[in-house]
Design a protein around this ligand. Structure first.
Ligand code: EPU
Length: 418
């Protein structure tokens, strides 16, 4: 088991360069197999366990994959469409993007139900409904899914929930379908736009990504392309929150501030001093923080992936704040560990109530999932003494070079194998 040991920091100062977005990269890598000719180069790919695991799946499919610094070069010309084993499928959520991509390329995909953080029920019914609407037949034997079609034909697909994964997966499946596909109530996250831009640079014809109606005109074939992953707004948000708690002119660099508007406006409301530039934000710890309420919503609402780290900031605001989680049913698993650190928190009627301000004191806690782990890192930076975060593997799945990045701005943090 991996464990992060973090000491209370006096101040975080300097520059943190934000990496490419995990949730875009994990869709772009499977999407790259759609190139019928030429190489695909994706740059600004974060070096995290999730992208490593997807590259392992590419190799399993006999796709040439070469990682060089921040880029991944992918050539799918000698690819073989073989079953993706359960071992590969469960390593992360995003393995399911191979379903849409393989279906588009070979009209057949065989793989297992995906894994990912245990933050509630995570069905894939909307993905499958989309594939079926395009003409595919879906069968399952336990966790093993076979999705196949004689021919894929464009259709109108309404998503009951604006799901990020279903929107991307249907886009992947539809790029080479005959005719036009329209996805209604599509998710609007920036990662979806990033994937659509990539597919278009490979020759796809997608319009409307970033709005709730996406239109895909099927094309015969796709070709290689060069593409850059957008900055990770969730990594950036996590460092911004850390800066709000312990920063002194901490520069969060290489970001798109527009992608973080809901967080920046909440930080401002709480009283966090911010200087917003074109591609950076400078954050410092403020004097007195005000309470607030947050409700997680689909983009451009407050991101569920920042809810847990933001809770730590609320422990340092005067008065009673509430956090309402509307996307996932089980995303308050950080609460008992925050309590263990000294916070006054309570889960009531699907809301987390935080009463501040309370000092935090280092102890041993767990990263129950990726963002709960990020919350523990942020809390550990201000907790008196030393905090040990067990099950740190979860954190490494989504934060590139977190130890180095925090060390560079003044933190004392060590990754240990225990
Ligand atoms: N849902 C269904 N049926 C489906 C798909 C989704 O009911 O077929 C429900 C889910 O159960 C959930 C809601 O719809 O209640 C939203 O799920 P969505 O599909 O949007 O989430 P996802 O694609 O599985 C991605 C990110 C998550 C992030 C969510 C919401 C990736 C790999 N994961 O998940 O990121 O929380 O969108 O923004 O892109 C993380 O990075 O820590 C993380 C969990």
């Amino acid at each position: 088991m991996k464990c992060l040991e973090i000491e209370q920091v006096k101040k975080l100062t300097g520059t943190v360069r934000i990496s490419g977005a995990k949730n875009a990269a994990v869709a772009l890598i499977p999407a790259a197999i759609l190139a019928d000719t030429g190489d695909v180069t994706i740059c600004n790919v974060p070096d995290i366990t999730d992208t490593d695991n997807l590259c392992d799946i590419l190799k399993h499919l006999n796709v040439k994959t070469k990682r060089a610094s921040e880029s991944v070069l992918i050539n799918a010309q000698e690819m073989k469409n073989v079953e993706i084993s359960e071992e590969f499928s469960v390593k992360m959520r995003a393995s399911y993007y191979f379903m849409g991509a393989l279906l588009a390329k070979y009209k057949k995909a065989v793989m297992y139900f995906p894994g990912g953080c245990a933050i509630g029920k995570r069905p894939i019914n909307l993905h499958l409904k989309g594939f079926e609407a395009l003409g595919a037949k879906v069968t399952n034997d336990g966790n093993k899914y076979t999705v196949e079609a004689d021919e894929l034909k464009g259709n109108n697909i309404y998503l009951d929930i604006a799901s990020v994964g279903a929107t991307i997966n249907i886009m992947l499946a539809a790029v080479k379908a005959k005719g036009t596909t329209i996805i209604d109530n599509a998710a609007k996250e920036p990662e979806i736009v990033n994937v659509a831009v990539f597919l278009n640079s490979m020759g796809a014809r997608i319009t409307g990504a970033g709005t709730s109606t996406i239109r895909i005109e099927g094309v015969e074939s796709l070709h290689g392309a060069f593409h850059e992953v957008i900055p990770d707004r969730i990594e950036a948000g996590t460092f911004l929150i850390a800066g709000a708690l312990a920063g002194e002119n901490l520069k969060i660099d290489n970001i798109i501030p527009e992608h973080l508007e809901s967080l920046l406006s909440k930080l401002d409301e709480v009283g966090v001093p911010l200087e917003i530039g074109d591609d950076y934000v400078v954050v410092s710890k403020g004097e007195n923080y005000h309470r607030t309420n947050i409700i997680t919503r689909v983009y451009p609402g407050f991101p569920t992936d920042l809810q847990q780290p933001f809770t730590v900031l609320l422990t340092q605001a005067e008065g009673k704040s509430t956090v309402e989680e509307t996307i996932w049913e089980n995303r308050f698993m950080h609460a008992p560990y925050l309590e263990k650190l000294g916070a006054n928190v309570e889960v009531k009627d699907k809301k987390l109530i935080v009463v501040g301000k309370t000092p935090l004191v280092g102890t041993t806690v767990k990263a129950t999932d990726l963002r709960a782990g990020a919350a523990m890192v942020v809390a550990a930076l201000i907790a008196e003494g030393k905090t040990k975060i067990e099950d740190a593997e979860h954190i490494l799945r989504g934060y590139e070079g977190i130890v180095e990045k925090l060390t560079n701005v003044g933190a004392k943090i060590e990754l240990k194998e225990i």
